[in-house]
Ligand binder design. Structure first.
Ligand code: C2E
Ligand code: MG
Ligand code: MG
Ligand code: MG
Length: 284
């Protein structure tokens, strides 16, 4: 690089830093405005029950298209929102939009549970339960329309408070899933203590599953363990028919990934649901 722009390494490094910090400043300013103006949209990725051949539910994934920054990935702005505390108002916007999606789906006679990703920062807030309940009540959308996705990290310390929050969420009617399972470097003891419905096996275990025996062994073990603990298993990031075949043989319950569908905006989701129902008519 330094040769290309005729500068020494230090100057280049400095330039890079400057561009980075400029982007952070812009991101910060735009994110704050975006939260004020609710500049976000939810996309929905179908989760397929491979035994029944039905759409089992949807995962809501936030999308942000900004005038100055263009499309910004949640992998960039969610961590930044977590660092700055902006995740709390953002998370409330997302939950509210998920409620609106439930209502929209009802208009079309659809009742598919929507999984919402909850940041550990929001989950750990003392008033998390009140905050989510208030939004649901305002929209008149009961908790049994939703699933909460939390990562292992969020529930890792099985503090009494974490357990009681999860128990109360269950009592309210939410389903609870562990997201990105296998990437959290945590002990498995929480699996026994917590009232969990679903484990989502991280995409990194699903990648190369058709060619690597070791990955198959781990996925197979996770599925068997989950079933013995009365949990359903979702495989994340499934892209190929071969992966579906392998997962089917291992009795995986649910598949989510580009193989069936990318995350879709509401209008395209409704088309997907309609298409799926026509395709699978009579086979139910
Ligand atoms: P996640 O919750 O594990 O979501 C799954 C991610 O995998 C999504 O990326 C989805 O688009 C992507 N994906 C699904 N199927 C495939 C596939 O077959 N192949 C590949 N390569 N990718 C696939 P996305 O939407 O970019 O989100 C990334 C992460 O950002 C999410 O991981 C989640 O941790 C976070 N995130 C996204 N939306 C929200 C949100 O509304 N709230 C919070 N707190 N976090 C969110
Ligand atoms: Mg998720
Ligand atoms: Mg995940
Ligand atoms: Mg992930």
């Amino acid at each position: 690089y330094s040769k290309k722009n005729g500068r020494n390494g230090y100057a280049f490094y400095f330039d890079e830093l400057q561009t980075d910090s400029q982007r952070v400043l812009l991101l910060d300013a735009e994110l704050r405005k975006a939260i004020e103006n609710q500049e976000f949209e939810l996309y929905f990725q179908p989760k397929i029950d491979i035994e029944k051949d039905t759409i089992q539910g949807l995962e809501a994934l936030v999308r942000w298209n900004n005038k100055k920054l263009g499309f910004v990935s949640p992998a960039e702005f969610i961590p930044y929102a977590e660092e700055t505390g902006l995740i709390i108002p953002l998370s409330e916007i997302i939950i509210n939009k998920a409620c609106e999606a439930v209502i929209e789906l009802q208009k079309f006679g659809q009742k598919l549970p929507i999984a919402i990703n909850i940041s550990s920062i929001h989950f750990k807030q003392q008033n998390f339960l009140e905050s989510i309940q208030t939004i649901l009540e305002r929209n008149n959308t009961p908790a049994n329309n939703f699933e909460i996705e939390v990562t292992e990290r969020t529930v890792m310390n099985s503090a009494a408070e974490t357990v009681s929050k999860l128990v109360r969420l269950k009592q309210l009617g939410f389903k609870i899933s562990i997201d990105d399972f296998g990437t959290g470097y945590s002990s498995l003891s929480y699996l026994v203590r917590f009232p969990l419905d679903c484990l989502k096996i991280d995409r990194s275990f699903i990648q190369h599953i058709s060619s690597l025996d070791e990955k198959q062994a781990v996925v197979d073990a996770i599925i068997q363990m989950s079933h013995r603990l009365k949990m359903k298993v979702v495989a994340e990031g499934v892209e190929q028919a071969q992966q579906v075949d392998i997962l089917r043989k291992m009795n995986c319950d649910i598949i989510q990934g580009f193989y069936y569908s990318k995350p879709l905006p509401m209008n395209e989701l409704l088309e997907f649901i309609e298409f799926w129902e026509i395709e699978h008519q009579g086979r139910k």
